[in-house]
Design a protein around this ligand. Sequence first.
Ligand code: RFL
Length: 415
Amino acid sequence: MSIFAQAVQRQGYTVREAHLEWTIQSTARPVVVIGAGPAGLMTANLLQRADVPCVVLERGTREYIETRPRAGMLEDRSARMLERHGLADRLLTESDTHTACEFRIDGKAHELNYSELSDGRTHFVYPQQEVVTDLLGQYLAGGGDIRFEVSDVELHDHLDEIPSVSWTSSGGTREQLDCSFIAGCDGFHGVSRKSIPAGAVKEFTHQHGIGWLSILAEAPPSTEKVIYALHADGFAGHMLRSSTVSRFYLQVPVGENVDNWPDEKVWTELHKRLALRDSDWTLTEGKIIEKRVLDMRSHVVEPMRYGRLYLLGDAAHIITPMGGKGMNLALNDAEVFADAIASYYNHKSTAGLDDYSAVCLRRVWRAQEFSQWMVDLVHRNEQPFLSRLGHARLQHLIQSREAAASFAQMYVGAN
Ligand code: RFL
């Protein structure tokens, strides 16, 4: 008999724990997951595997979430997590693994083999939309309940034993569902975080004072390794996505208008900032399919819960794309949360739910520190003194095996 069925059978039985109090009856209600990105779909799959009923509400269409390009690199740890839960079949057969990155300083290349320095761990180059496609496919194959194209989602009674969520369905009907818990996985701009009353949680924000022009192009990679280039005019990055698509970044002033960057200027600037001296390396151009300006910022919500609402992924924290941590943190939150819920359903223990925020935040703050450190490492700073410090730090990273090993562990997600 499933845990769900057992819970239904035991309706009315009261469980009292140190920090939470509710009747087991509430476990017969589903967990409502808001948002079908990596955090939401990972949560939904893990709850499904633990026989915990759940309903996913997604604002976009299936096509939208399966084609939305964002992250491209999975840490070793995340890939192993997906594998552990039987969710990595396509990832392990179709992704490229990467073992090294390259820093270009004033036209000279310096390779850093992070795999050698982290017991052979690798990155998996596997675009976020593929992760989402796989997670959605598995969830649906298991009979999962997901509602696409919902709008006007509202959260009610977060602090009560029976919270609920209401929304307008794709057909225009207003619906409402009582639930046991709400997993807010709807990103930074979603409704979950905003539904928490002002002052009920702490929010930490940092503007890094740096803008990025982010470009996605139908251009085969011109490199086998991610390139971080420091140039007098600012940072340029060449990221890997697939054999036909690459992502590039150019440091630009904060608040830069994307209209100031016609395609021709983008390529001229990338050629210049990524150029190597004394080398015949060239950059392959392609059709630009996405161009947007990102202002580098970080944000953390503490604690990552309010009553029976738990925040996961970008809803709880955003981090600069530098270091490639955002999607990996989202997957980690999902595993910690789903474990806690399964433990509540299976063992009537609230310990995991009580610890959820503290456990996730340890990793979140460590990642924020790493990302900030990398931002300082490779960007031109308006203050020449700080630019020189970044240079000194990078020289140390290149010359010291100990410094490189410490970077490698964090970069590849060794633990
Ligand atoms: P997502 O992926 O934003 O998914 C949220 C989902 O919620 C839906 N939604 C709603 N649904 C119902 N009602 C509402 N009111 C809703 N509001 C929103 C949305 O439609 C969407 O489907 O959040 P999640 O799951 O927390 O995942 C976080 C990651 O997407 C994010 O951290 C990464 O993309 C960050 N990131 C990277 N992370 C990495 O680990 N490695 C990388 O290489 C990497 N590269 C990147 C990145 C982010 C970037 N951008 C766009 C900021 C590169 C870029 C350019």
